[in-house]
Design a protein around this ligand. Structure first.
Ligand code: ATP
Ligand code: MG
Length: 319
């Protein structure tokens, strides 16, 4: 086994996705990292930056199913998992599967739903299975959640507890397009190349079958990382717990996520080994959503990203 196929598929997937999604290269990379490491991601961005289109396009390109759930305050766990319904004709219960039974799931505004519905989602993410009336049903091994959050200031939201945020491997921030990109979008919108039309037209190819994903994921295990780099990475995560302005730092899941993300990023860059830069580039998306600053530092206007940058500057890079 070698990593050639993995690297080739990652390149093709980026290329095909790029036919629909204008710009947003880092975003596409990070979404692929979450998928290829078998994890889940938070997506943050103002309305209309193509969050939905991104996940739909990735599903198409990787040959996977797609579903979206809009989380609302009245959404109950059974609304997403499904329910057993009594079938009078057959005199038995039969399962009506909920929208969780998909492969790529866009969970929109998860913080609008009550805690018990959020935890039904979280359980499905972690176990890749769903329990309905004591029966456990397996989900796809490729089940991947992309969750968006409504800004916390909004009324009637239930902010995700830290323990739940920790289960997302990374946070993907989608910024508004720059002028050139927006111009391209405007021009394409006038033609048959409009992003949604292009996706529906068959011009975008699926680069793999869903079952290939499991095997490609195995190839990530061949991406090597020197001992000194593993120690460097561990020290970065530990420093988030010791930093004077941090109230809650990254836990062991952050360490594991940073390892996986760095390896996947190396593969994405066409290498079989991790470099210090891979770790540095992945540190912000992996750590950002897990850190909470002490209120006094937050009031001063310090941001989590700045803290992570400070830590990266303080820790000596192994030669
Ligand atoms: N970078 C981009 N590339 C291609 N299309 C884009 C891009 N940015 C925005 N669009 C277009 O903008 C529209 C909005 O996209 P989409 O519905 O995916 O946004 P969203 O982020 O999910 O919004 P909301 O937060 O309201 O759900 C789509 O028609 C899409 O074609
Ligand atoms: Mg959307």
């Amino acid at each position: 086994m070698n990593t050639e196929r993995l690297k080739e598929v990652l390149t093709q997937a980026r290329h095909e996705t790029g036919k629909v999604i204008i710009g947003q290269h880092e975003v596409v990379e990070r979404a692929l990292i979450a998928i290829f490491t078998g994890n889940h991601a938070l997506i943050e961005g103002v309305p209309g930056v193509a969050k939905t289109l991104l996940v739909r396009t990735l599903a198409h390109v990787l040959g996977c199913d797609f579903a979206r759930i809009q989380f609302t305050p009245d959404l109950m766990p059974a609304d997403i998992t499904g329910t057993n319904v009594f079938n009078l004709q057959r005199n038995e219960f039969s399962l009506i599967k909920g929208p969780l039974f998909t492969t790529f799931l866009l969970a929109d505004e998860i913080n609008r739903a009550p805690a018990k519905t959020q935890s039904a989602l979280l359980q499905a993410m972690q176990e890749r299975s769903v329990t309905i009336d004591r029966d456990t049903h397996a989900l796809s091994p490729n089940f991947t959640v992309f969750a968006t959050q409504n800004p916390i200031e909004y009324e009637g939201t239930y902010p995700l507890p830290e323990a739940q945020k920790d289960r997302f491997m990374l946070k993907i921030t989608m910024l508004a397009p720059d002028r050139a990109e927006e111009l391209t979008l405007a021009q394409r919108t006038m033609t048959r190349e409009a992003p949604e039309r292009l996706l529906a037209s068959g011009a975008v190819q699926a680069v793999i079958q869903p079952r290939d994903l499991v095997e490609l994921r195995e190839q990530l295990g061949l991406i090597t990382m020197r001992e000194e780099l593993i120690a460097y990475l561990v020290d970065i995560v530990r420093a988030t717990r010791q930093h004077e302005s941090v109230l809650v730092g990254g836990g062991p899941r952050a360490t594991q996520s940073l390892i996986m993300a760095s390896r996947a990023f190396a593969a994405m860059s066409g290498r079989d080994f991790v470099t210090p830069d891979d770790i540095k580039l992945m540190a912000v998306p992996v750590l950002e959503h897990r850190l909470i600053l002490r209120p006094e530092f937050e009031i001063e206007g310090l941001s989590v990203t700045e803290v992570i940058q400070q830590i990266l500057q303080q820790i000596a890079v192994p030669r």
